[in-house]
Design a protein around this ligand. Sequence first.
Ligand code: PGA
Length: 262
Amino acid sequence: MKRNNMSAKGGSASGGSKIIMANWKMNLSISQSQSFIKKIKKNKNTVAVAAPFTFLTQLTKIASAKGVKLAAQNVSQYEPGAFTGEIAAKMIKETGCSYCLVGHSERRVYFKETDQVINQKLHQLLANKIKPVLCFGENAIERKKGLTKKVIARQLKQGLQDVKDPSKLIIAYEPIWAISTFQKGKIKQSAEIQDIIDAHEYTRKVLASMYKRKAAQIKILYGGSVKPANSQEILSLKQVDGALVGGASLKVSSFNAIIQSI
Ligand code: PGA
């Protein structure tokens, strides 16, 4: 790897510390999540956990005592009203959440969320002062066909349609083929370092075409089989402003190792 891809002292291209975010998905129990947060070993990086909705109010105090931020994993595209089973951004805000994932590939693939729905959700979050973490990335077939850049550009442009102020956003490049739960084998492959650099540089270019100089403020996280064995190499890249961690965030020892790796 070229030396100039490594960031000085773990800083990021967009400035400031890195963001390490756990994505617990539909795992753990409330009591497990509480003892997990108590055991988090924080450092200068921003640390966040994306927890199931029902955990959120139970975690507020413990998380704030630890300096850990909370994130929701999904939000309704609608304002509060007659939408049985949905959770509005306004309700998430009441739990004290700082962030909310939107457009995660599991939502796109299993729940058929389109870029248009994802864009509506993102606007609901912004209107309620919750920082959206927009996830995007190509699948294995698109990658094989050489469509990675096209997919990235489409998902960013449509997902961020009518978003005027990019300073309120985080985005996470998560190539679907590198996400552990979409992989069949036992050994979970992250993207190669060069794939990550290329995709993040291209993402920054697309953002620059949309937001000019303001694009530099947007944090771009990487997600896809980040684990203690590769986190230092990935998080040291100046193109990478942090990590969204799924499988390896379910054990506090491995999540702490990732936090401490940078
Ligand atoms: P993974 O998941 O780290 O298990 O690949 C990442 C994600 O789905 O956000």
